[in-house]
Write a protein that binds this ligand. Sequence first.
Ligand code: BMA
Length: 803
Amino acid sequence: MSAYHPLDRGWTATAVSAEPPLQGVPATIPGCVHTDLLAAGLIDDPYLDDNEDRLAWIGRTEWRYETEFTFADDGRGRADLVFEGLDTIATVILNGIEVGTTANMHRSYRFPVRELLREGRNRLTVHFSSPHAYAEERRAELGALPGPYPEPYQFIRKMACNFGWDWGPTLVTSGIWRPVGLHTWTTARLAQVRPEITLDGRDGLVRVHVTVERAAEPAVDLPLTLTAEVAGASARASLAPGACEAVLELRVREPALWWPRGYGEQARHPLTVTLEETGDSWRREVGFRSVRLNTTPDAGPDPKGSAFTLVVNDVPVFVRGANWIPDDCFPTRVTRERLAERFAQACEAHVNLLRVWGGGLYESEEFYDLADELGIMVFQDFPFACAAYPEEEPLYSEVVAEAGEQVVRLAPHPSLMVWIGNNENFMGHADWGWEEQLSGRAWGETYYLDVLPRVVAELDPTRPYWPGTPYSGSGRHPNVPEHGTVHIWDVWNDIDYVHYADWRPRFVAEFGFQGPPTYATLRRSVTSGPLTPGSSHQKAVDGQGKLLRGLGEHLPRPESFDDWHFYGQLNQARAVSFGVERFRSLMPYCMGAIVWQLNDCWPVTSWAAVDGDGRRKPLWYALRRAYADRLLTVQDGDLVAVNDSPDPWSGDLELIRHNLAGEPLAKESVRVHVPPREVARIPLPRHVASPADPAAELLVACLEETRISHFFAEDTAVAYPAADFEAEARPVAYGYLVTVTARTILRDLALFPDRLDPDATVDDMMITLLPGERAVFHVRSSRDLDLAALTSAPVLRCVNDTK
Ligand code: BMA
C-alpha cells in the first residue's frame, strides 16, 4: 500500500553565485558539493598539500541541485518527498513551486507534494544558501558569542568541525547528504515507532509507542490495527477511527541479554511493528539490558567525592574508551565497510566504548548497528562543542526538533549508554572568560540543563543523561576530579605527561597527546619534495612546539625528519599509555578512561591512534597493550596488576632487576591472586625496585604471558649501548617474517613496513628485548620488498639505534 522511489539519479550541481559560474556538474546523491567537484575534476583533493586553502569559496557559494524524475499516478492518495538529510540551508522546489525550507543538517524532512506532481516529467530543485553566509548573518543579527575559533559554527545546526578544528580542515559543505526519495502511500503509515526497553527481574519489557499518520482521505475514519513482535512475544492494539497513537506492551520471558564486549554475548532480537491494514512495517534489532550511571556520594560522614560508574545489567563496567570524530569531512564517504574497519581497530585495541564527540554528528545507522553487534558501548554527545550557543530563535526551535528526532532514532540501539549534553561548554563558561564576555546573555545552558534532559526523559526515559563533559555536577566547577567526568588537557598543552599521575579522577572523558600520522599517510598527503617535520598538516595552536617540548627528557631531540617522526609517534604512544595505566590502576575509584581520539578525518598530525588514511599509529599498538584485560604497571613504587577480565588472574609474579647487559642483579617471586575485575597492588621489594645505578638498570616484571620492562630513568639519561642485533626477513605467503635477535638491549623495537609499501601492515611494535631475546614481526604485504631495507633503519627502529 506504499511505495518508495529513490530519487538519486540525474542530479547536477550548479554554482549560483560563483564567478565564473559552474554549471551542470554531475552530482552523486547522497553527497556534497566538494565530492561532486572532486569527482568532476574541478577541484584538487582538499586533503593533499595546502589545497584546502584555495577551496574556501565553496562554503561561501550558493549551490543549486537539480534533477528530473518521472511520476506516474499509482492511485495512492499521498506522495511525500522524503529527505533523510539536507546540508544545510536549503529551499526545496518542485516544478517551480517552493515546498519548504530547511536549516538543520541534523534533521530529516518530509514534504507532502501530491498536488504538485505532474504525470510524466517533474523537476526537483534544492537551492542551498551559503552556510557560511547564513551563520554570519545569524551572528550579526543575534550578536557574537564566545568560542575558540573565528568561524561562526554555533550559529548554524551543522557538523561544527566542518568549519575547521584543531585537527581538521575548514571545508564547509553543502548538499543532499542522506538519501532522498518519493514515498507514495494511502490510508495510513507508521510515522514514529519508539520502543522503551527495560528489564523486570530477568524478563524483558518492551513498551512500543507508535504514532501513525493518516492520509486525508475517507481513511481518516478507519479503525487500524497495530501488531508488534519480539523474541516470541507479541502484542496487538486497535486504533479507533481518527486515533493516531498507541502503546503496545510485550513481556519476554528471560531473554538472552545484550552485554558490552568482554562481559558476555551481544544478544539481539528483531522487533517488528506492523500496521496491518497497509502492511507498513518497522524493524530493528534490539537488545535487552539495563543501564544506569552510579553517581552515589562516597561513603563516610564527609564524602569528598561521588562515583561516576557506568552500570550495565547491574554490573559496574570500567570504560576503556576512545573518542570518535567524524571519520571524514565528507560524511557520505564513510561507508559501512570503512566503519567496520574502524570498529575492528577499536575492538582489537580492547576498546569497549566510543564517545561520539559533540563537534561532529549523530552518526549513521550503520555506526550504531556495528556498535550493537560488537558490544562497543556508545556515549553520544548532543552536537554542541567548545562554544557559547545562541538560545534565540531560529536556533532554539531547531535544537528542540533535532533532539527529539535523534533521540527517537537512536533509542532502539542497545549499545547507546548515555546521552551527553555538550562538549566542554561548561568548561568554556567557567574557565575561558565567557562569563565576562556574555554579560548575562544566554549561552546554551538552557539546552544542557533543561531542554535536552526533558527530551531524553520524555522520549528515552530508560537511558541516563549527563549535562556535558566535563561536568562535575550542579554547583561545582565542571572539571573537578572527585566528581563526574574530567578532561585532562594540562598534559599536552602545558606540562609533561608524567603529570597524568597528579590526577585522581573518577572518570576521564578526554586526555590525549599528539603524534604524526604514519609515514605512508604523510607521504600521500605531501605530493612532492622531501618530507620535513613541517610537511604534515598541523592545526593545533603551537602544535609543533608542543610536540617537541613534549619529548621532554623522555627521548632525544630529533635531528632529522626520520627521528622527528619516530620519536614523535613513540612519545605519543608512551604518553597516552602512561595515562591509561594510571587511570586503570585507580579502579574502582576511577571507572573510565576515554582516549582523545581514535580516528582522524584527513591526513594530519593529531591525537589520533588511527590516522586519516586508516593506518594504525604506534599509539594504537600501545593502546592494545594498555587496554588489554590484564595489565601490569608500576605506580608509586607498587607493581599494580589490573585484571579486568571475567576470570581470576593467579600465578607467580617474577620480578627481576637487570643491568643493561641483561644480567640479573636481583630477583623476587611473589605469588599473586587478582580476582576478576579487580586490581592488586603489590609493594615492590626494595632489592628489586632500588637500582644501584638508575641509568644502567631496568626491572622486568612478568605474570603469566604479561611482561613489562620498567626503566628507572628516562631514555635520555639511560646509558644505552648502541643497538646491535641480527635481523632477518623471510618471504611467507602473506608477506614477510622479520626476525630480530638482540645482541644488546633493544628499547622499543618497531617496524614500519608502510615506508616500503603503503599497504603493508605489521602485527606488533614497541617491543623491548634483552640481549639474546628475539622478536618476530609478521608483515602483511603483496609487494616484493627490499629485504635489506625491511631490516634496517628507518624501517626497523629502536630508541638506542643511534646512528
Ligand atoms: C578537546 C576536544 C576537542 C579538541 C581536543 C584537542 O577540547 O573536545 O575539541 O580537538 O580537545 O584539543
